[in-house]
Structure formats: C-alpha cells, structure tokens
Design a protein around this ligand. Structure first.
Ligand code: GDG
Length: 465
C-alpha cells in the first residue's frame, strides 16, 4: 500500500486530543491505520524560519513549517480568512478583495509545496485539505510531482455568480484541475462547481468526469462523517462524560436544556439564534423558567475584526435576554466563550433535550452529528437543524429550519419541547442509523479508493488517448 501524505493548514492535534475537532480526529485515524506523513503549518510565526521540521509521533510523521509575520497576515488572516472564508459562505459584504492577500496566498502555497516536494516518494498518495490550499496541487505539479493528488473542500462551494466576484477566481479554479480527484461535502456543492466550469470556463461534464483547461478530473460529493459509534460510546460510558452530564442535570433542577456548540463565527448564525430564543420566551410564556439554553462558543480567529465585532454583539444580546427575562433562580441563556474537553462536550449533548444548530451556511456541520450520536436511545433529544448546513441532506429526520426566519426557529423549539417520546425515538433511530452507515471511516475510505483505484486508471486512459 502506498504511503498516505495529508496536507492541511493545521497539523495535529496529536498533542491535544481533548480538543480534537471531528476532522482532525478523522485524519489522525486515517494516518494511524496506515502510517504516513501529515504536513502543514506549525501554528507559529517566525521571520527566520528554519524550513520544514519533521518529527515522529507514534506511527505518524509530522512535518511542519512556520509562517513569517507577513505570510500570516496575507495568507492566513488575509486571503484564507478575510476573503475565501466569507466569500464561500456567501458573505460578499465581509470579503476583503485585496490583491496583496492573493499574492501572499500564492506565495505560501508555493512555499509549502516546495517544502513537501523533497520529502515525497514516487508512489505516495497525497490528500490536500480545504480552502487554505486550493493552489497547492498546481504548485506541486509545476515542480514535477506525478503522484495521485486529491483535494477535499470542507466548506461550501459558492454559486458561479458569487465566485465570479473574486478577482483571480479563474486562476484558482484552473489550479484545481491539477488534482486528480476533487471532493465536495454535498451534491449541491458539486453541482455549483460543475456549473461554474461549464458556464464560466467553457468546460464540460460527463457523469463525474469534468474536463476543462485540457485536463479531465474526477469530481464527486463525499459527505464527511464522524466516528459515530465511538462518539456514542464515549457519551454513554466515559467517566468524564457521565460526570459532566450529572453535573448539568443537577444544575438544571428539573428544567430542560437546549444546546448549541459552535466556533464563534459569523457563519454560525448565533445572533439570529439568540433572537429566536428571545422570540420563544416572548411568544410562549410556558417556556419561561422551564428551558435553559446553553451556548458554547469558543473564540476563533480573534485577530480578524469581523469576529471581534460579533463577539461584542453576542455579549450585548445575551445580557439583554437574561436581564429582560431572567429570574433570581433562572438564567435563561448560559453563554460560554470557552472550549470544553471533548468528553465533557459529549456529556453536555446527552444532557440536552434539544440540539439547536442553525448556521446561515455550513459545509457540513459535525456538531449536529455529534449531538445525535450522544443521545440516549431510550429518551433521545430533538435536533433542530438549519436547511443551509450540508448535514441536512443526510439528516432529513431533523426539524429543518430557515435560520433567518426568527419566528420559524422559535416555533420549531416549541414543537421540539412537546414532541412525543415515540416520535423522538423514531427520528433518532433513523438519524443514528444513517450516521452509523456514513461515518468518518466510510468518508475516508471512499475518497481514498477513488483517488487510489479510479483516478490512476483514468490517468492512464488519458495518457494513451
Ligand atoms: C469545518 C466546516 C465541516 C467545537 N467547540 C468545541 C469543540 N468543537 C468541535 C466540535 C466539532 C468541531 O469542533 C466543529 O466542527 P463543525 O463541522 O461543526 O464546524 P467547523 O469548525 O466550521 O468545520 C464544517 C467541518 O469543517 C468538517 O469538514 O463540517 O462545515 O466549516 O467536532 O465538537 N470541541 C471541543 N471543545 C469545544 O468547546 N473539544
């Protein structure tokens, strides 16, 4: 079996497993099962960089490089997080169209590709992740890399009109054709990509073969999953999860808990969600004193202005709601700006009668999947999920809502509060069965099978044609 090389902006979190998000866990598993190399940014800035550092961590080799301060500003904070992230989530209003950022992005993609190139073996399989490295494959090819290279986009692919607002969008899309396989979260993202290729770039699509710029590649949807059974077991059986669940139940004193867990990000629809909770308390007085909404939102990307502003807005809204509706023995909204250990999170999900996950746009949303996996099958909670999260396509038994429609979300919460045990069990079982089938191992294996078995055959045919 060939060696697997994973490329992602951040490497790890091998050292901090308690904080591991779903994606990082998936990638650790993929590499642990096969051994291999994981390559990306060290997380440090350093103007006198010592090049690529390689270390052994169990069966894995970790290879990391630092960024200079300018690269951090232009590539990471700039093009990745102030341009591609908002634009791909349809926030043109927050997108910084600055050509300096794009140049920085190109330079860092080239720098990281030239750092990896000397470490590569001839039969490596290379799997590049996410919007930070759209141009990485093309840079590697220009250095002469002939290995199978796949790319997976974790965030939505925007519609052609939105993408076309980005100067240099044509070069970015052209660069994607250096990969052999492109993976998207949902069939809608895939459709939008194909739409772009056909309408804007003059390419054509036949099944999952997409031809443009003189190359044919495979493009397919591979919805990412979680380690469903592992997460369910952790929620039900781990000591830490149980302790956290008991602590939560004790502090609720007979009240029901509704939970949201999101990185503090404007794509997650948090202000709208707070407003929907306020609307519930306004429209349905029977919820007052009976329901506690716990929102966990650890800070991310605190260096970007839009994130600082949203944090202030949320502090204002939560203060307002608690001031307006709270009683001396009932705080309606518990808003926590810190990260919890993964096991504690599992216990908190299990202690919650409602999971409220209402992003304005989301590639997939793993929290929705974790919430379901953590439930007690005998007495499961209800998932309310945004119709704009990729996860909705695999989770039709959730209550689907439009996160912009405050009244609709408030009504959905009220509906969830009174849902019968029978209906909750039916919905839970269908959701859980789906998550068990399409779990993270299935995601990883189906992507790699396409890259390792279908793409080479296809490349050979292309060469002999
Ligand atoms: C991107 C895409 C796509 C959150 N708070 C804590 C914590 N988390 C963990 C969750 C979950 C992960 O972080 C978040 O994953 P999401 O999928 O919900 O969202 P993004 O971070 O935006 O991820 C997204 C994903 O990539 C994978 O492809 O689904 O659409 O935007 O695992 O549990 N973990 C701990 N403490 C916290 O306080 N330990």
């Amino acid at each position: 079996m060939s060696r697997l090389v994973i490329v992602s902006n951040r490497v790890g979190p091998v050292r901090d497993a308690a904080r591991a998000g779903g994606l990082a866990v998936a990638l650790v598993d993929a590499l642990r099962a096969r051994g291999g190399l994981w390559y990306g940014w060290s997380g440090d800035t350093n103007n006198q960089s010592a090049g690529v550092k390689v270390e052994q961590a169990g069966p894995l080799q970790l290879a990391t490089a630092d960024l200079t301060e300018d690269e951090y500003d232009d590539y990471y904070n700039g093009f990745a997080n102030r341009c591609l992230w908002p634009l791909f989530h349809y926030r043109i209003d927050l997108t910084a169209f600055d050509r300096r950022y794009y140049e920085g992005y190109r330079r860092v993609n080239a720098k990281f590709a030239s750092g990896l190139f000397p470490l590569l073996r001839e039969d490596d399989t290379i799997w590049v992740h996410d919007y930070h490295f759209l141009a990485f494959g093309n840079e590697l090819r220009q250095m002469g890399a002939e290995q199978a290279i796949g790319f997976f986009l974790h965030i939505p692919f925007p519609s052609p009109e939105v993408l076309a607002t980005l100067p240099n969008h044509d070069a970015l899309v052209r660069g994607l054709f250096a990969y052999d396989v492109l993976g998207f979260q949902t069939s809608r993202d895939l459709e939008r990509f194909c739409d772009f290729v056909v309408r804007e770039a003059g390419g054509h699509v036949e099944g999952d073969r997409v031809t443009c710029f003189g190359r044919t590649i495979i493009a397919r949807a591979f919805p990412i999953g979680i380690d469903t059974e592992g997460f369910a077991k952790m929620a039900a059986e781990s000591e830490d999860a149980r302790r956290q669940q008991e602590k939560a139940v004790r502090s609720l004193r007979g009240r029901a808990q509704m939970i949201g867990v999101d990185r503090l990000d404007y794509t997650k629809g948090l202000p709208e969600r707070f407003q929907a909770f306020e609307r519930l308390l306004d429209d349905y007085p029977d919820a007052r004193g009976e329901l506690v909404y716990l929102q966990i939102a650890p800070t991310s990307r605190g260096d970007v202005q839009a994130y600082r502003e949203m944090r202030q807005e949320l502090e204002g809204l939560s203060g307002h709601i608690n001031g307006q509706y709270g009683e001396f023995d009932w705080t309606p909204l518990r808003y926590i700006n810190r990260a919890f250990a993964r096991r504690s999170l599992a216990g908190l999900y299990r202690a919650s009668k409602i999971g409220l996950i209402t992003p304005l746009r989301d590639g997939m949303n793993l929290v929705a999947k974790e919430y379901v996996a953590a439930q007690n099958p005998e007495d499961p909670g209800v998932l309310i999920l945004s119709r704009f999260a990729g996860a909705i396509y695999q989770m039709p038994e959730a209550i689907a809502v439009n996160p912009y429609d405050i009244k609709e979300v408030a009504d959905a919460i009220q509906n969830a509060r009174y849902m019968s045990l029978e209906e909750r069990q039916e919905r839970f079982q269908a959701l859980f069965d789906g998550l068990k089938r399409d779990d993270v191992a299935y995601w990883r294996d189906s992507f790699l099978a396409t890259l390792e078995h279908e793409a080479p055959m296809h490349r050979n045919t292309e060469r002999s044609a």
